[in-house]
Design a protein around this ligand. Structure first.
Ligand code: HEM
Length: 259
């Protein structure tokens, strides 16, 4: 539990950070990718280019900070994000890196206004928020592996069939696990996080693709909708991935939409 003075500092500085939101998040990602280039494979670079999604992480940290005295109030939002993180493979050890670069970006952008007291308060708040995410994600990883048909990390799937729907931007993929073993069940609203490596592209890419019901065991059916903007991973899946190809995917993730 944070001290009352720390809470006061956090609550009074959130609006200031929001004003500088774009500058802070831009610096944050530059720093993060410069120091850990491998994280470019984890973050969606198409969304980064678009710039829209960039603020999501920092904004979520501010929203959590605003509710720091009662984090349970934002638990549903944390759980939904944690599902995405688990699908992507975000690990507990990534949190200090994100915290370090977010704080450094705040310090750079605010300059002298970022006093040691303010930075200290934010470091404490970030740690508290991160520990909630880490705990929720630890539980999700354990369940993903332990459930019937579950698995750790990414599993190989053979594309059994693909077809276009009436919507020319949509493709359906039927996937069967290469190992022929049972598959974890999924519920409405869940998705598979798919890892693709287009030929000639040095990066791997992760995308969340919605699962659609299929009346047969041992098969997943994905319905992929191509984005309006160029997206190297979605475009590759849509145009080039066909029956016989192999895709990697983690256990179905996502909060059930009927809940
Ligand atoms: C307390 C710290 C964190 C918060 C509050 C946070 C929050 C968020 C939010 C709000 C999203 C968007 C979810 C959506 O699209 O619905 C997101 C996505 C994501 N987060 Fe986090 N996150 C945190 C830590 C991390 C860490 C440590 C990593 C790993 C390096 C990470 C990697 C990602 C990635 C890769 C995405 C997918 C978005 C994209 O690729 O554009 N996050 N996070």
């Amino acid at each position: 539990m944070l001290a009352p003075r720390t809470l006061e500092i956090i609550q009074s500085t959130v609006p200031v950070l929001k004003v500088h939101g774009e500058a802070i998040t831009t610096r944050f990602y530059q720093r993060l990718f410069e120091s850990h280039p491998g994280l470019r494979d984890v973050f969606n670079q198409a969304r980064q280019r678009e710039g829209k999604q960039q603020a999501a992480l920092a904004n979520a940290v501010y929203a959590a900070a605003q509710n720091i005295a009662r984090l349970e109030a934002i638990l549903p939002a944390v759980v939904s994000i944690a599902h995405k993180h688990r699908g992507l493979g975000v690990q507990a050890e990534h949190y200090p890196l994100v915290g370090e670069h977010l704080l450094a970006a705040i310090r750079e952008v605010l300059g002298e206004a970022a006093t040691p007291e303010i930075l200290g308060a934010w470091a404490e708040a970030y740690q508290e928020i991160a520990s909630v995410f880490i705990a929720v994600e630890r539980d999700l990883y354990a369940k993903a592996h332990a459930q019937a048909g579950g698995w750790p990390g990414f599993r190989r799937f053979v594309v059994a069939n693909t077809w276009r729907t009436e919507d020319p931007r949509a493709t359906v993929f039927e996937l069967r696990p290469e190992d022929g073993q049972p598959l974890a069940a999924f519920t409405p609203g869940q998705y598979l996080t798919v890892k693709v490596s287009p030929p000639g592209d040095a990066r791997t890419h992760l995308r969340h693709v919605p699962l659609v019901p299929v009346g047969e065991e041992g098969v997943y059916r994905l319905q992929l909708k191509r984005a309006e903007q160029a997206d190297e991973a979605l475009d590759f899946l849509h145009q080039h991935v066909r029956a016989g190809d192999v895709l990697l995917a983690s256990v179905p993730a996502g909060v059930t939409s009927s809940r």
